[in-house]
Design a protein around this ligand. Sequence first.
Ligand code: NAP
Length: 468
Amino acid sequence: MTRAALGTAERPVRVAVVGSGPSGFYAAERLLAQEDPVVEVDVFDRLPTPFGLVRGGVAPDHQKIKSVTKMYDKIAAHPRFRFFGNVDVGADVAVDDLRAYFHGIVYAVGAKADRRMGIPNEHLPGSHSATDFVGWYNAHPDFRHLRFDLGGTTALVVGNGNVAMDVARILAAPIEYLRATDIADHALDALAASRIERVILLGRRGPAQAAFTTKELREFGEMHKVDVVVDDREITLDPLTEHHIATNADRTRDANISVMRELSVRPPRGGGRRVELRFLASPVRLIGTERVEAIEIEANTLHLADDGQLRPRGTGETETIPVDLVFRAIGYLGVPLPGVPFSSWTGLIPSEMGRVIDPARDHEPVVGEYVVGWIKRGPQGVIGTNKPDSVETAESLLEDVRAGRLDRDVPTGDVLARLVAERRADAVGYDDWLALDALEKERGAAQGRPRVKFRSVEAMMEALGRDA
Ligand code: NAP
């Protein structure tokens, strides 16, 4: 009997996508978009809930951004799409299992660790990573046990990206504002009792080099009962920056500066919390015995680096600011997946056009293995940035199918489903997620909120009537 060609309805290409964040969904969408080759996509996630950072990272007051998941629901409704939630690739199912069961694997695992400041006393109680705080207030099951002591008056957020903005906004926001969101109940309780009055955002470079976007900056200005304090001296631009602005167009930068100028002359509203924007200073050390009591910062100037960017350089001039909490929001970092090439230098799975390459083997492509999203290109860009990035990878995979590079025998999808069920009796499918989604929305509707999230895998299993 002759064997059907790979990519036909009788013998579809079997692809595993590891991770169900935006990059994983966009890769699945592209792979499912044509009938030649016919591709089946199985998406794995270690949580029972899909969507990665859209659920666990995007701030709870940014529901409009989260509505992108409607698109992902449509992708998931494709007859050749399956979801295996609550299945940890690397623990429950090995990468070698996926190699045996699929023609292609797409790693869409994101960047779940965070960068360290590398300064003395960084690990004192009261010093936290923004990623922990974000996971905690977004009801990510991994972070629900964390405690943030909000009994002091001053918090300082290191970093000038959108994550720093999110953290500062959640700390400063009036509780009535947060009550209308899907923030985790434990975070809502803790923030309702918060005594934080002052939140300082610290950028190591100047206002023109801030990584946050204008919409996020404006949100502070619009927030009821929050004063944004921008000292005129902080936003006076240095000559190198002036020159850089004159010779390099950047609409976000220009809009940011203009909003900061508006904020700097706005009379204080009083009666609420203050968010202070500080620039051109780097953390030097945290000070405290039992916990963080202060931070020493050093003023920076900018210099033109070899790469054409303006970089910070310490001046030796220091200042000590009493603080009760410090959050580092200086970037996410990828972590290795056992058995998959990884560069600890870049924090990425090395790749070319989305094909995983192996530095240990002269950068040869690892046949049938691909990468998308933050673990491919680093922790930057908005959700939409993932679409072209995932399409590039999916095209490489489809090209490899057409060139016959992935043609080998693998078991069918049913055999894989049995393997998963043996390893994880509590694995969930997309219908289970849709049931959880409906329950969360129902709980939210009762409180006038978009949803009330389940905070633990056990609670999700109980709600589904499944044994954990
Ligand atoms: P980011 O945009 O890369 O910002 C990191 C910030 O940390 C930069 O200001 C950087 O300064 C600073 N930094 C790095 N190392 C530092 C150090 N050692 N000391 C002091 N400061 C340091 O990263 P992110 O905020 O984690 O955001 C990740 C991505 O997600 C971004 O693309 C972001 O736009 C996106 N995001 C979007 C939204 C939204 O659309 N609302 C929300 C959250 C996140 P330098 O510039 O000097 O390096």
